[in-house]
Ligand binder design. Sequence first.
Ligand code: 4GX
Length: 248
Amino acid sequence: MRMRFDVLTLFPDMFSSPLRESILGKAVERELIQIRTINIRDFTLDKHQVVDDTPYGGGQGMVMKVEPIARAIESVKSQSPSARIIYLTPQGKPLSQDLARRLSTQPHLILLCGRYEGVDERVKELYVDEEISIGDYVLTGGELAAMVLIDAVSRFIPGVLGCDRSAEEDSFFDFLLEYPQYTRPFNFRGSCVPEVLVSGNHSAISLWRRREALRRTSLRRPDLLARANLSEEDKRLLEEILNSSDHC
Ligand code: 4GX
């Protein structure tokens, strides 16, 4: 087993289909990753299995209680004391390709999913090692964020993408967006594949792809372009793009 994810959630069923299909499903089958869900409600001690309560100081909504979460975490940690605990929250550090890569070197992550107005602050103070956000928008809970994190991290685990493909080859590795891709048919309702791609001229194809990647990035994500490692040739191509009607 290369990497283990334990997910603490009130909705374990949400994790079944997304993590069992396609590439992640195969990775689980091949035991490259293991994903376990732990229902926080199972760690309540009262008859009604209450997991939330009204906030001290007043205000709308409910807050997840500290005790069931503490017991759930302690149960997982008793088997694996060194596992890192991550809380998914819009207030966390933004998830990036770099952060996903770093997390993929950990043997065991515990992902805590909050609902309602979040968890009692003492959960973070006492247990959480790292708070991570998947983006500046608000979800109904941390579950989808945890799945996004598991997906992005798993791609870095050797073998998950297949033997001859690695996450390092992806566009974000070099801070450029990807060039456009086409497959058959050549002509779809009058819309044709760029001629260069069927020319058989490999250096012309490479040049075209690089130009398209640069054009897209400069148009859609100038922030990324500023971080890209551009060769003299790239700079010349960019100059060309900016000075032509291509820049749209
Ligand atoms: N990237 N959510 C957490 C509960 C909550 C509410 C308030 C703290 C304060 C999210 C995101 C995200 C929804 C998960 C609210 N926690 N998680 N949840 N964006 O939107 O990670």
